[in-house]
Design a protein around this ligand. Structure first.
Ligand SMILES: [Zn+2]
Length: 681
């Protein structure tokens, strides 16, 4: 074969190259050990750079794939899950016989999504009904109805504001309407406010992308440029009136309960009656307006903008929200800015990957049921639940022994800990997608009907009894979360797999890794955000003034420490934003250590692979965090991600643990040994 045809073939196969072999569906999940010696760099000194020692090999062996902005142990697992789900969906799409009603829905959804020729043929036409409705607006009075419909079918938070449901901060058993800030195309309000050269350049490129999108809608270049400038102007005003992510960590800043008259008084220029009626909600009289100042600014905007400008804004956001579901002209334009420019990703993800992601996003529990049946054993559930109980016991002991907390606050903290519900793997009751109609054609319509189902499902919760069994993460997701209002920790089945939790491995790395994560989620109930909620999930101050101050002093130590770390170029960690996660990382591993020591009190753990059990505990911890990023990704995440980069989640943590210093016989003065250690729990 000549070099030329070979190159041509490579191009046809897409991303295939020795470093990135062509991806295929997986029949089972591949096994990676919980402590992977080949992922280490033993030439590094653990007392100088522990992250390199534990992850150096992983970084060398795992370059960032061309369709990713970063690559990590979690990301790699998520990719393997996707390939596994691809196999399931492909089979359900092909064999139509013997499928259950739910299998029919996800199989046909996937088939329609993969029919790229049909999607291509329909071009931008599926967007037309929305554009026509916007075009037909005769006055600003028509806005509430048009906007409500767009909110329902796009599920987007980018159209002026967000309207959804949530538990009342004051009474966690009751679900009320939430009106929240939104309306931006860029991922955070700070993208509009920062005035360094890189931020300015990014805004210029964003405006160019908005203009090109108007071009795809048929507008001539000069008009498209003017329209993009108008969009920028509106979004910038909304951004300036929005709270920062750091401010949003304080739940008291987001709690402004009011009746319908109060809501109307905030935005006299917007007819809420029409909006709510179109959204299928009438007679609502309790609202939490998370950011009243934002809604005042929104009202000023709506009063001062002309009808044509409002239409311009709506057309951009209708196209922006739906672009990924349209033909390649829209998909590529969307990727060019939101993938390539913003996050530095060289290549668009192949179609199958996007389709798997959408089934997960739109019919996630139907797909999750298939995943769990194949990849999550009762044994795994039993073992991880046992570990959770051990970590909870460690936290009880730790709280009881805590020197800085008074008996009164301890009592309340123990009550809260006792009330935390552990949700492991998947929901007890699967979501019923019965009312979502899925046919094999019309991919765009299918996506809209799924959005409509989800929007209505959320709004229907208002005024109904709270469903405590609900999950806000799908089972294949490689992640976990704590919800302060539910007061529960949730571990998706996808995160309880090797190499994070490895039933074949000894306790040391498992406790370091998954044990650390369980402890992390538990302590979120007591971090700078979670501590404001009580055992019932209500926003209520149960701390004595002195204890709150003691907590804040200890948290400040971590805030000051992480503020020193550089993310990329001259950007440091915004450690007020990452405070809760940094506290949870340290607290979580302290608890995991105590739980592991208790679990193995009567055993004599052995050295393996040349490492003591204590060393294996720490390497096990570090190896969940092996990752690397493209610089654009680091820059964007510095503004949006509440987590510190993996390197600091490891090195910034071990410097605070004397157990680490002892495990590796480090000496005072070495980089991984800190003189003034931070400790909260
Ligand atoms: Zn967390």
């Amino acid at each position: 074969m000549s070099a030329r045809t070979h190159l041509l073939l490579l191009a046809l196969l897409g991303a295939a190259s020795p470093a990135f072999p062509a991806e295929t569906p997986l029949a089972s999940l591949p096994y990676t050990p919980g402590l992977d010696v080949s992922a280490m760099d033993k030439s590094a000194d653990p007392c100088i750079d522990f992250y390199r020692f534990a992850c150096g090999g992983w970084m060398k062996n795992n370059p960032i794939p061309p369709d990713e902005s970063r690559w990590s142990v979690y990301g790699k697992m998520a990719r393997e899950n996707q390939r596994f789900l691809w196999g399931i969906l492909d089979a359900l799409a092909k064999s139509r016989a013997g499928r259950s009603a739910t299998q029919q829905k996800i199989g046909d959804y996937f088939a329609a999504c993969m029919d790229e020729a049909a999607v291509e043929k329909s071009g931008g036409r599926p967007l037309k009904p929305h554009l026509e409705r916007i075009f037909a607006m005769k006055s600003k009075r028509d806005l509430p109805a048009v906007l409500a419909r767009l909110h329902l079918v796009t599920g987007s938070s980018d159209l002026f504001f967000v309207f959804s449901s949530n538990q009342d901060f004051a009474d966690s058993t009751s679900v009320i309407a939430f009106a929240e800030s939104g309306g931006l195309g860029l991922p955070d309000r700070d993208f509009y406010t920062k005035d360094d050269d890189k931020s300015k350049e990014l805004r210029t490129r964003y405006a160019a992308h908005v203009a090109r999108t108007f071009g795809l809608l048929g507008d001539p270049p000069e008009a498209a440029r003017r329209e993009a400038a108008k969009v920028m102007e509106i979004e910038t005003k909304l951004a300036l009136a929005s709270l920062t992510r750091t401010q949003r960590r304080d739940p008291y800043q987001l709690f402004h309960k009011m009746d319908a008259a109060g809501l109307k008084a905030l935005t006299p220029g917007f007819d809420w009656d029409v909006y709510l009626k179109t959204a299928g909600l009438s007679r609502l009289n309790v609202f939490n307006v998370t950011e009243p100042e934002f809604f005042k600014e929104l009202d000023r905007q709506l009063q001062s903008l002309g009808l044509a400008d409002i239409k311009t804004y709506l057309r951009w956001h209708a196209a922006h929200a739906t672009a990924p579901f349209l033909s390649s002209a829209f998909v590529n334009e969307d990727f060019d800015f939101f993938g390539r420019t913003l996050y530095g990703i060289p290549e668009l993800k192949p179609r199958w990957k996007r389709c798997v992601k959408w089934v997960d996003a739109q019919l996630g529990e139907a797909l999750g049921e298939e995943f769990v049946n194949r990849a999550f054993s009762p044994e795994l559930k039993r073992k991880t639940l046992h570990m959770t109980k051990q970590i909870e016991q460690a936290m009880r002991d730790e709280l009881a022994a805590l020197e800085w907390m008074s008996a009164a606050t301890k009592q309340k903290a123990l009550e809260k800990l006792h009330a935390i519900v552990n949700k492991i793997g998947y929901p007890d009751k699967w979501r019923d997608y019965g009312s979502v109609e899925v046919r094999r054609n019309d991919f765009f319509g299918k996506a809209e009907r799924a959005n409509l189902f989800e929007s209505r499902r959320r709004l229907a919760k208002i005024g109904k009894p709270l469903d405590r069994g609900e999950w806000s993460m799908t089972p294949p997701t490689v992640n976990a979360y704590y919800n302060p209002q539910m007061n529960d920790i949730n571990f998706a089945a996808g995160v309880l797999q090797p190499p994070l939790y490895d039933p074949k491995m000894d306790d040391a790395p498992n406790y370091g890794n998954t044990g650390g994560t369980i402890g992390h989620e538990l302590t979120h109930g007591f971090d700078d955000h979670g501590r404001h909620f009580d055992a019932q999930g209500n926003l209520r101050d149960w701390w004595t003034e002195k204890d709150a101050k003691e907590f804040n002093d200890r948290a400040q130590c971590i805030v000051d420490q992480y503020a020193q770390y550089t993310v990329v170029d001259d950007i440091r960690i915004n450690s007020r934003l990452t405070e809760g996660e940094d506290i949870a990382d340290l607290g979580g591993l302290v608890l995991a250590w105590l739980a592991w020591k208790a679990e193995t009190a009567n055993a004599r753990p052995e050295s393996r692979d040349g490492f003591t059990p204590e060393q294996r505990f720490f390497v096990g911890y570090a190896q969940w965090a092996c990752e690397h990023h493209r610089p654009e990704d680091l820059r964007a995440r510095a503004l949006t991600d509440a987590h510190s980069p993996g390197k600091y989640r490891v090195n910034g943590l071990v410097v605070n643990m004397p157990e680490f210093e002892r495990a590796f016989s480090c000496r005072a003065g070495q980089p991984m040994v800190r003189e003034n250690r931070c400790r909260v729990w």
